[in-house]
Design a protein around this ligand. Structure first.
Ligand SMILES: Cc1cc2nc3c(=O)[nH]c(=O)nc-3n(C[C@H](O)[C@H](O)[C@H](O)COP(=O)(O)OP(=O)(O)OC[C@H]3O[C@@H](n4cnc5c(N)ncnc54)[C@H](O)[C@@H]3O)c2cc1C
Length: 600
C-alpha cells in the first residue's frame, strides 16, 4: 500500500509543462499569487489529504453511517477532516478575497481537490457539495440569501446539498413532482420527496442547506416549470444563526456499493411539519441555474473518477514492484530467483493501461478546469467566449471518459494484485467500488452521449466543434519528433473519419431520423472521447519529447520516457478501438434500436 495519492512530479508536469498554469499569473485576478503560492497550496492539500482524509478511508467504508435514534452516527474523523478542509480555506478557495476566499484558479483548486478524492472520496463529498451549493447561492441568490448562508457555508459551519433526484425522476428531471406553494411572507411551502441526496443528513455541521428543485403550483410542464429553492434544515435568524427546525426530514439512509462514507439519503419535505423554501433567482429558471453549475460539477465528477483510477494505479504499481512471482518466459532454470511481477509484459500492459487512463483522464480534467479559468478570467473577451463554448462541448466527455475508464483502471489494479486484489485486506477493491458511482451520478454515461450527439455538437452551428479542431491543429503541428509525428498522423486521420461520420449523423438528424441517429450515441461518445484523450496524450508527448532532449538526471529522463511510452500505449492499443465505433456509426447500426422488449 502506498501513500502516494497523485504523483507530484506528474502533476507538476501537467500543470506547468503542458498547461502553462504559470501563464495565469499575469491575469489581474491572480496577480497576488506566484508559482510558490500555487505549489504551497498543493503541498497543503496533499499533506492534509494524507493525514486527515486517507487515515479513515477504509474505516469509513467498513463502518458506514448509521441512523440511530433520529441521529446519523458517523466516525468522528469525518468531521475532523471536514473542519480541517474548511479551516484551511479550501471551501472558499476559488472565491474572492472579500468572501474570505483565496482567489485561486480553478486549475489549481481542481488539482488540490484531486488529492482529497484520491485519499477518501466519501469524506471529500461533504465539502465538495458545500462548495457547489454555496456557488449556486453566490451566483444566483439575492443579497439577503447571500448574507444569511454564504459566510456560514464557506467557513464550513453549514454544509450544502444538491437535491434534484426523486424516486420516479432521475435522468428525466422534467418529471419531478416536488411542489412549492407561495406563502404570505415571501417564502414557499415545499412538499415532496427526494432520493439519493448525498450528505442530506449527517453529524458534521450545525445546519444543512439543501438546494432543491421544485415546481411552483401552476408552473409550465417539463423543465420550463422547475424552480430552485434554498431549504435549510434549520431556518436561520436575521444574523444567519440556526433557529427553528424546518420541515425537511430524513426518511432513510441508502446503503451503497461504494462511496460509503458519504451519507445517501431519502428526504421528505413538508410531511411532518411545514417546510420553508426560499426561491433563488426567478421562478421557473431553476434547471437553467443548476445547469450553469453543472459544468463545474461534471468536471468534478470526471476529476474524481480519474484520481480514484490514479490511486488504484499507484497502489498496484507499488505492489507489482514488490510481489515476486514466476520467471521470464525465456528462463529455463527453475532454481533461478523469482522476479517481481512488474517484469512480466502482461503486468506491464495492465500498468500501462492504468497509466494511460488515469494520467490521460487527469490531463483532460485539468484542461477542462483551465477552460473554466479562461472562460472567467481571460483578458480577451473573445477568448473568454470561446473557452466557454469549448467547455460546453467537452463537458459530456470530461464527465464520462474518466468515469468509464477510471473504474477500468481500478479493475486492472485488482487484476495486478491477483487474489489479493479481490480481498478486502487490500485497498484496490474499494477504489473500484467507489469509482463505480461515477458513470451513474451527475447524468449517466448514456445521458451524456445523448447530450453530446443530440445537442452539444450542433450548438451555435457547431462553432464549438470548429474551435476544438483549431485547438487540436496547434498540437498536431507542434509534433516534432518521429514518434510524435506518427501519433499526430494517426490522430489526424481518425479525426477526419470522425468528422465525416459526424456530418452524416447531422444529415440524418436533420432529416428527422432522431431515434435512429441517437440510438448509438454511446458509441459516438466513446469515439469522441478517445479522440480527445489521444489529443491529451499527444500534448503530453510533445511536452515530454521536448523536455527529454535537455533532461539531465536519470529520474527526469525516466519520467519523460514513461510519458512517451504511455502515449505510445494509447496510440497503439486504445485509439484503434474506435474503428468499431466508426463502422457502427457509419452504418447507423440499428441492432439495439430494433430489438424488441418481448424478444428478450
Ligand atoms: C451514490 C449516489 C449519489 C447521488 N447523489 C445525488 C445527489 O446528491 N443529488 C441528486 O439530486 N441526485 C443524486 N444521485 C442521483 C443520480 O444523479 C441518479 O441516480 C442518476 O441521475 C440516474 O437517475 P436514476 O437513478 O433515476 O436512473 P434512471 O434515470 O432510471 O436511469 C436508468 C438507466 O436508464 C438509462 N436512461 C434513462 N433515460 C434514458 C434515455 N432517455 N435514453 C437512454 N437511456 C436512458 C440511464 O442511462 C440508466 O442506465 C445520486 C445517486 C447515487 C447512486
Amino acid at each position: 500500500m502506498t501513500d502516494t495519492l497523485i504523483d507530484r512530479r506528474d502533476l507538476a508536469f501537467q500543470l506547468y509543462e503542458v498547461l502553462d498554469t504559470e501563464g495565469l499569473l499575469s491575469r489581474e485576478r491572480f496577480n497576488e499569487h506566484n508559482r510558490d503560492t500555487f505549489d504551497a497550496v498543493i503541498e497543503t492539500a496533499d499533506k492534509m489529504a494524507r493525514e486527515k482524509f486517507a487515515n479513515h478511508n477504509s474505516a469509513a467504508d467498513k463502518d458506514e453511517p448509521k441512523f440511530v435514534n433520529g441521529q446519523v452516527q458517523m466516525l468522528p474523523e469525518v468531521k475532523e477532516a471536514f473542519d480541517a478542509y474548511a479551516k484551511a480555506g479550501f471551501i472558499a478557495g476559488r472565491y474572492d478575497y472579500e468572501l474570505g476566499g483565496m482567489q485561486l484558479p480553478e486549475t489549481v483548486m481542481a488539482a488540490c481537490n484531486g488529492f482529497f478524492t484520491a485519499a477518501n472520496p466519501g469524506t471529500a463529498g461533504y465539502p465538495f457539495l458545500t462548495t457547489a451549493a454555496a456557488n449556486l447561492i453566490r451566483v444566483f441568490g439575492n443579497e439577503s440569501q447571500k448574507a444569511s448562508f454564504l459566510p456560514n457555508m464557506l467557513s464550513g459551519r453549514y454544509s450544502g446539498t444538491m437535491a434534484l433526484t426523486e424516486p420516479h425522476a432521475g435522468s428525466s428531471l422534467a418529471d419531478i413532482r416536488t411542489s412549492a406553494t407561495p406563502a404570505d411572507d415571501g417564502h414557499y411551502l415545499i412538499k415532496g420527496a427526494k432520493i439519493y441526496i448525498s450528505g442530506g443528513e449527517q453529524s458534521i455541521t450545525e445546519n444543512i442547506v439543501h438546494m432543491v428543485l421544485a415546481k411552483i403550483k401552476g408552473a409550465p410542464a417539463g423543465v420550463k416549470g422547475i424552480s430552485l429553492f434554498i431549504v435549510p434544515k434549520f431556518r436561520v435568524d436575521s444574523d444567519g444563526n440556526p433557529a427553528d427546525r424546518n420541515g425537511v426530514s430524513l426518511a432513510g439512509l441508502i446503503h451503497k456499493l461504494g462511496y460509503r462514507g458519504t451519507t445517501s439519503t431519502a428526504l421528505s419535505f413538508g410531511d411532518d411539519a411545514p417546510c420553508h423554501g426560499y426561491l433563488v433567482g426567478e421562478p421557473h429558471q431553476g434547471l437553467k441555474y443548476m445547469f450553469q453549475m453543472m459544468n463545474e460539477a461534471r468536471v468534478g465528477v470526471g476529476f474524481g473518477a480519474a484520481v480514484i483510477g490514479y490511486r488504484g494505479y499507484m497502489h498496484s504499481l507499488e505492489y507489482a514492484k514488490d510481489r515476486l512471482q514466476g520467471r521470464k518466459a525465456s528462463e529455463k532454470n527453475p532454481e533461478s530467483p523469482q522476479v517481481p511481477i512488474i517484469e512480466h509484459a502482461d503486468v506491464r500492459r495492465m500498468l500501462l493501461a492504468q497509466k494511460a487512463y488515469s494520467e490521460g483522464g487527469l490531463a483532460l480534467c485539468l484542461y477542462g478546469a483551465r477552460l473554466m479559468d479562461d472562460q472567467h478570467t481571460h483578458p480577451d473577451e473573445q477568448k473568454r467566449t470561446e473557452a466557454g463554448k469549448l467547455l460546453d462541448l467537452l463537458t459530456p466527455v470530461i464527465k464520462t471518459w474518466p468515469s468509464e475508464h477510471g473504474p477500468k483502471a481500478n479493475d486492472l489494479a485488482i487484476q495486478v494484485y491477483g487474489g489479493a486484489g479481490y480481498t478486502r485486506e487490500y485497498p484496490v477493491e474499494q477504489c473500484w467500488r467507489d469509482n463505480r458511482l461515477n458513470p451513474i451520478h451527475e447524468g449517466t454515461s448514456g445521458i451524456q452521449g445523448l447530450d453530446l450527439l443530440g445537442r452539444k455538437i450542433w450548438q451555435d452551428q457547431s462553432h464549438g466543434l470548429q474551435l476544438l479542431m483549431q485547438e487540436m491543429q496547434v498540437d498536431l503541428q507542434a509534433a516534432t519528433t518521429d514518434r510524435c509525428q506518427q501519433w499526430a498522423l494517426s490522430l489526424s486521420e481518425t479525426l477526419q473519419q470522425a468528422v465525416k461520420v459526424t456530418q452524416n449523423l447531422g444529415k440524418s438528424l436533420m432529416s428527422g431520423e432522431v431515434d435512429k441517429t441517437l440510438a448509438n450515441a454511446s458509441c459516438y461518445l466513446h469515439l469522441f472521447g478517445h479522440i480527445i484523450v489521444a489529443w491529451m496524450w499527444l500534448r503530453q508527448a510533445n511536452a515530454a519529447a521536448n523536455a527529454l532532449a535537455s533532461a539531465n538526471t536519470d529520474d527526469e529522463r525516466n519520467f519523460y520516457q514513461g510519458k512517451l511510452q504511455a502515449a505510445q500505449y494509447f496510440f497503439h492499443w486504445e485509439l484503434p478501438t474506435v474503428a468499431q465505433d466508426l463502422v457502427l456509426l457509419r452504418n447507423m447500426d440499428d441492432t439495439c434500436l430494433n430489438m424488441k422488449a418481448e424478444w428478450f
